[in-house]
Design a protein around this ligand. Sequence first.
Ligand code: SF4
Length: 285
Amino acid sequence: MTEFPPGTTIRVSSLHDIHGAGRITFMATAGGPEPARAIEHFGEQLWSVDLMDADLMEAGVLEPLARHRVRFLSPPDLGRVSGLAPALRSLRPVFVLAADRQVFTNTRFLTSLALPVHIDPDTPVDDAAELARVLDYYLRDALLHVPIEPFHSLLRTRPLRRPFDLWDTEYERAGVHLHVADDGAIAFSPAWHRAGSTLGTLGDSWSTIAASPAYRAHLDVTGRIFAERRACMFCPHLQPCGGFLKRIRPERDCDAWLALFGTLGAETGRARQLLRQYYATAGTA
Ligand code: SF4
């Protein structure tokens, strides 16, 4: 039996019996168990519900999830969002958007309703200019008062110089985040599972999983990039990306995100300067 370490967050797509672990995210699909059943099954451990299908975006599904963190992973028909405003207001919602041609329009629409947005870095970038508009909007719109991830967390943590990057914002940090698939296979995330990379199965002892070469190699992703002399070792934005964008497909083009990281880096410098000015003024007041 797998006894997960207490600090781990496990993403599951079935109502498995999970032993140990700190938090659980339930991935609900249209054909799977009702999301409300995850509340009964996982109790206090349930941290988040990921609604994987747009069909689940209806009042009857959302109302029982009141007060829970709910992420919408399949781009919904945004026309339905306004009609669902009362149910959405009772949740802690996050809309996960693809980096497609509509990304700026959709982000503006959702954030104007005070609904937080998370751009999925795993989706292909259809139009780099539209994605850049989202970052510009996040950085400069004085009326915006909900986060747009992953920009918000990356910018907020950079001045602290803490090791924090896309592995954290996308919930794939080794030693912290894991996924248990329908068949009980354990992987770092659904993306790794789809790519055929697994660490064991539910039922293996945790010490066996933690000792596996795949798990150990993942604990130091930056060290691995240098040891294997991957292209990312020359990247000026290894922090905050951590090589995440090329983790499964090394040939992936990440130019659009490189440009965003450059803008974020420049803004971090400006934020530090503003903070210095603030404290200098406060010190003389
Ligand atoms: S932005 Fe691209 S090249 Fe740079 S670290 Fe990330 S994946 Fe590697």
